[in-house]
Design a binder for this molecule. Structure first.
Ligand code: G3P
Ligand code: MG
Length: 346
C-alpha cells in the first residue's frame, strides 16, 4: 500500500559453494569484456533471484603484468572491484622459485614489465633478452633494439655470467630472437653465453608460465600462444642437437595451480567473508578444454569431488567439435554458467 516502504531484499553470502573463473574467452576477449560478463559478476554479487552472494576467484593462464596491475585493469573491464587476493595468473606460482635460482633469464611481455614482475617476486638477478642483445648485437642478426629498449636494457659482460634458469613469463613479442637466445643457453656449457656444450645436457632448465597452444583473443579464430612457442622450441632443440628437451609448464591444467587456487579461495573466503569451512562445490568456468576442463576434472579427483567444470562457447571451444575433455556442463556464456551453478544449489 502507498506509504509502506518496500521490504529490502536481504542478501546473504553462501558458505556452501564458490566460483572460479578463467579470464580470456570467458570474461574478456582482446581487452574487451564479453557482454554477459558484467551481468554474471552482478549476479554473483547478489543480483539474483535468491538474493545470495557467492564468493569467487579468477585463475588465468595469462600474464605479463603484476597481479595488482592486472586487477586494476580487470576492475575497469568488469565494472567492479577485483582484488589481488582473488587473482592468480600463469606466472604467480613462479614466485616460489625466486629462492632457488640466482640469475635468471626472463622472456616475454611488453618492454620491461616482466623484469619488474620477476623482481617483485624476489628474483635477485633478472636478465632479459634485451640485455643480451645490448651486450652483443650479433646475437640476433635480424633484431635491433629500439632506442627505448636500448635505454632500458642492462648490458654487462655475459661471458662471465652464469644463467641458472629460464622463465617464459608471458608471450614472446619476437619469437625468432627470443628462441635464438634460449637455444644459445640450452646449448651452452652450464649457462654461460658464448660457450657450446659437447653434450647439450648442461643448459639451464626452462619454465613456461602455461602451456596453452592456442587462446582466444580479439580475432574470430584462436591465436597461437605460449604452448606453441614451447612446441617450437622443443622441436628446434631436437633439430639442432638431436636430443630431446625437457621443459616444465605451470598454469592450468597443472594440479599445482588448482591446489594454489584452492588455498587462495580458502583465504579469500575467510578474510573477506568470514567463512572458515571449505566449500562443498567450486564451479570452474573455462573456455579451453585442454587447460580448464582437463585441470578441473583431474583436480576434482584429488579434491573429494568438489570441483565442477563448466565449458562456455565464447572462446577456444567452438560448437561443432567434441571437446577432448568432457565438462560437467556446457553452456553458451559465463552468465549461463553462473545461473547453472546457482540454480543447481537450490
Ligand atoms: O595467454 C593467455 C591465454 O593463453 C589464456 O588465458 O585466461 O584463458 O587462462 P586464460
Ligand atoms: Mg580461457
Amino acid at each position: 500500500s502507498p506509504g509502506t516502504p518496500p521490504t529490502p531484499v536481504e542478501v546473504t553470502t553462501t558458505d556452501k559453494y564458490a566460483f572460479a573463473f578463467d579470464i580470456d574467452g570467458v570474461l574478456i576477449r582482446g581487452g574487451r569484456p564479453i557482454p554477459e560478463a558484467i551481468q554474471a559478476m552482478k549476479a554473483l554479487n547478489g543480483d539474483n533471484e535468491y538474493g545470495v552472494k557467492v564468493p569467487y576467484i579468477f585463475v588465468t593462464n595469462g600474464g605479463g603484468k603484476s597481479e595488482a596491475e592486472r586487477c586494476v585493469q580487470l576492475s575497469k573491464q568488469l565494472e567492479m572491484e577485483v582484488s589481488p587476493g582473488q587473482f592468480i595468473c600463469g606466472h604467480t606460482p613462479m614466485r616460489e622459485m625466486a629462492e632457488k635460482y640466482d640469475t635468471v633469464l626472463v622472456v616475454g611481455g611488453e618492454g620491461e614489465k616482466c623484469r619488474i614482475v620477476a623482481e617483485g617476486y624476489g628474483f635477485k638477478d633478472v636478465v632479459t633478452p634485451g640485455d643480451i642483445i645490448k651486450d652483443n648485437a650479433d646475437t640476433t642478426p635480424f633484431r635491433r633494439l629500439t632506442p627505448e629498449e636500448h635505454r632500458n636494457s642492462r648490458a654487462r659482460n655475459f661471458a662471465k655470467v652464469k644463467i641458472d634458469a629460464i622463465f617464459v613469463f608471458a608471450d614472446s613479442r619476437d619469437w625468432a630472437s627470443d628462441q635464438q637466445i634460449i637455444l644459445d643457453l640450452l646449448m651452452s656449457k652450464g649457462g654461460y653465453l658464448g660457450t657450446r656444450s659437447e653434450t647439450f645436457e648442461e643448459g639451464p632448465p626452462v619454465f613456461f608460465s602455461h602451456n596453452d597452444v592456442v587462446w582466444s583473443a580479439s580475432h574470430d579464430l584462436t591465436r597461437i600462444g605460449m604452448g606453441a612457442l614451447r612446441v617450437s622450441l622443443e622441436a628446434m632443440f631436437k633439430a639442432v642437437t638431436g636430443k630431446e628437451l625437457q621443459t616444465t609448464a605451470f598454469g592450468k591444467p597443472q594440479i599445482g595451480t588448482f591446489e594454489f587456487a584452492t588455498r587462495l579461495l580458502q583465504e579469500w573466503r575467510k578474510d573477506t567473508h568470514g567463512i572458515d569451512s571449505p566449500p562443498d562445490t567450486v564451479y570452474f568456468v573455462g573456455d579451453t578444454p585442454e587447460s580448464d576442463i582437463r585441470g578441473t576434472n583431474e583436480y576434482n579427483k584429488h579434491a573429494d569431488n568438489t570441483w565442477y567444470s563448466i565449458l562456455v562457447r565464447t572462446g577456444v571451444f567452438q560448437e561443432g567439435t567434441k571437446p577432448r575433455f568432457t565438462p560437467k556442463a556446457t553452456v553458451n556464456t559465463v552468465l549461463d554458467a553462473v545461473n547453472h551453478g546457482i540454480e543447481r544449489e537450490y
